[in-house]
Ligand binder design. Structure first.
Ligand SMILES: NC(=O)c1ccc[n+]([C@@H]2O[C@H](COP(=O)([O-])OP(=O)(O)OC[C@H]3O[C@@H](n4cnc5c(N)ncnc54)[C@H](OP(=O)(O)O)[C@@H]3O)[C@@H](O)[C@H]2O)c1
Length: 354
């Protein structure tokens, strides 16, 4: 039986959902995927940390209502989240990084990833920060240590946008992409089309739990900009920083703009895009765009995300799916672990790293 020991860094929505899946699906994974997961460590800013060589009961972890510092009650537990010690010393094969996204320098998640990789542990993460701001460096550390750094969930949650483009569309001549990469702003635009003003639409999005109390990162395009950086660097071989990507959000759009577009057969969408230019450089932007109704992204409504890839062989190829959600994002972590498992089974981890 193959069993991967995992350490969860951050125990909020996504890692709790992963622990829940472990509690419910390990037997199924063992027969369908050929491995099971064993949680050997968890750290969380609020709850503290716990390490157990034999494994921590996943069901207990998700069903117990821990108070602040509550992991101290568990055997091997402490009220402090000593991330560095846990990441370096826990007997984990894979470190699962799901702490908060820091759009400025990616910390402390960048350090979490680096500590794990330096200690020969694979890293899977849904955190945009380390991927958008330090992927090249972290990939190099991973290669040197013959381990994987995987981050499918950082762009479109469980919808497999990175692997689709890198693996399934390999050789198709990908030259660019355009996408709806923020469900909140897409929901807001839809509600504005139904007649609501911008502020009322944002309030409704907050009511449904789509928008944060401070919706700036969603509606001003900053969240999309990080995702565009990740996709452009990963798929088009660029080396962009967020400041290289021009960024305009949807807050200046009025109901009049939306109505006029509708009358003329168009629909406003917040589009993150990048394209390889003839001189080989990559240009990327985030901006509201008026799309004709027959555009593949024009019909993507609500909190759904989509990306259209421009390819030489197939023309435009579009993938649509959820771009957020706890379980959906935990699934992305599972898909990363499956990729690691398949690579290990094929004996290619060391080979790929050389
Ligand atoms: N949820 C989604 O739909 C989704 C989709 C795609 C990507 N993501 C990304 O996935 C990551 C996790 O998302 P989430 O929804 O699980 O967020 P969350 O519910 O806010 O959970 C993050 C957890 O990490 C803890 N934490 C923060 N800093 C930490 C540190 N230095 N050390 C240890 N723990 C720390 C937080 O504790 P406190 O609460 O005490 O701060 C919180 O419990 C984020 O980077 C997010 O952007 C999420």
């Amino acid at each position: 039986m193959v069993q991967y020991n995992i350490a969860l860094i951050g125990f909020g929505g996504v890692n709790r959902a992963l622990a829940q899946l472990v509690a419910e699906r390990n037997e199924l994974w063992q027969s369908e995927l050929g491995f099971r997961l064993n949680i050997v460590a968890v750290t969380d800013l609020n709850l503290g940390s716990v390490v157990s060589r034999n494994g921590i009961d996943a069901r207990m972890l998700v069903e117990t209502n821990f108070e602040k510092g509550g992991f101290a009650r568990l055997s091997g537990g402490s009220a402090e989240a000593d991330n560095e010690k846990v990441i370096r010393q826990a007997p984990a094969d894979i470190v699962v990084e799901a702490t908060f996204t820091n759009p400025r320098d990616g910390e402390p998640a960048v350090s979490h990833c680096r500590w794990a990789l330096e200690n020969h542990k694979h890293v899977v993460t849904t955190n945009k920060g380390p991927v958008a701001l330090a992927a090249a460096d972290l990939k190099a550390v991973a290669r040197r240590n013959h381990v994987h750094f995987e981050y499918e969930g950082a762009v479109m949650s469980g919808t497999p946008v990175i692997r689709l483009a890198k693996n399934v569309l390999a050789g198709a001549g990908l030259s660019g992409f355009e996408g709806i990469l923020n469900g909140t702003s897409n929901f807001v635009l839809g509600r504005m089309e139904a007649g609501l003003g911008f502020s009322a639409a944002v309030k409704e999005a907050q009511g449904f739990g789509y928008a944060e109390a401070d919706p700036t990162a969603d509606v001003e395009g900053y969240d999309v900009r990080l995702k565009v950086v990740i996709l452009a660097n990963e798929l088009l071989g660029a080396a962009l920083k967020p400041t290289d990507v021009s960024c305009e959000g949807i807050s200046a759009l009025t109901t009049m703009d939306i109505e006029t577009a509708a009358k003329e057969g168009y629909r406003w969408k917040l589009i993150g895009s990048a394209a390889r230019l003839e001189n080989g450089s990559v240009e990327a932007s985030v901006a509201p765009r008026r799309l004709p109704l027959d555009h593949p992204l024009a019909g993507v409504s609500g909190a759904i995300n989509a990306v259209s890839f421009t390819t030489e062989m197939l023309g435009s190829v579009t993938i649509t799916g959820p771009g957020a959600g706890r379980v959906e994002t935990a699934y992305a972590l599972l898909s990363d672990i499956i990729a690691i498992h398949r690579s290990a089974s094929a004996g290619s981890i060391t080979e790929a790293a050389e």
